[in-house]
Design a binder for this molecule. Structure first.
Ligand SMILES: [Fe+2]
Ligand SMILES: [Fe+2]
Length: 170
């Protein structure tokens, strides 16, 4: 290995710590707050030794369930089919996160580190594409994410959209 002071493999130094920044804001206070919370949960997880990671990891999974359910509610409220590609993407991530917990319990003690590193890379990417598309779409149909209501329901045709907002799903 090139760096004599390299940390243990479980530290995954190639994935930098993720910190909340204004660049991650999508101009939707409730979505931003949820993303900020996730950033903090992931960052905290990456500072913990393996034997202290299980409970905080479970907390992150619970938070992610709520996070995704919230966005999926907003999609449906603003005209998307329930099984659109953004929602399927969420499902894939959550499936992986759940599998990580069982692998950890079976003795793969570095797997939470690997998942946390993967999420530190994944979240900014997902937020700046699929979530940004959703936020823009919510704005265009005047959906208030705080009260989860439409200012003008005639702007939305229920279950007519299958894409991911302003981004392609390919
Ligand atoms: Fe999100
Ligand atoms: Fe999302």
């Amino acid at each position: 290995m090139e760096n004599a002071n390299a940390t243990s493999p479980s530290d995954f130094p190639e994935v930098p710590d993720l910190h909340w920044s204004a660049e991650m804001e999508l101009d939707d206070a409730r979505m931003d707050q949820t993303h900020h919370e996730m950033v903090d949960l992931v960052a905290r997880l990456r500072t913990l030794p393996h034997d202290q990671q299980l409970e905080p990891y479970r907390e992150l999974v619970r938070h992610t369930v709520e996070h995704f359910a919230q966005e999926e509610r907003w999609m449906v409220a603003t005209g998307f089919n329930a099984d659109n590609c953004h929602a399927s993407h969420h499902e894939t991530i959550l499936d992986t996160m759940r599998q990580v917990e069982s692998h950890f319990l079976q003795g793969d003690e570095e797997i939470i580190d690997r998942m946390a590193a993967a999420l530190a890379e994944w979240l900014p990417m997902h937020a700046s594409t699929m979530d940004a598309g959703l936020a823009l779409h919510m704005k265009s149909v005047k959906f208030d994410s705080r009260t989860e209501t439409l200012a003008d329901p005639t702007l939305v045709k229920p279950a007519t959209m299958s894409g991911c907002g302003s981004v392609s799903c390919s």
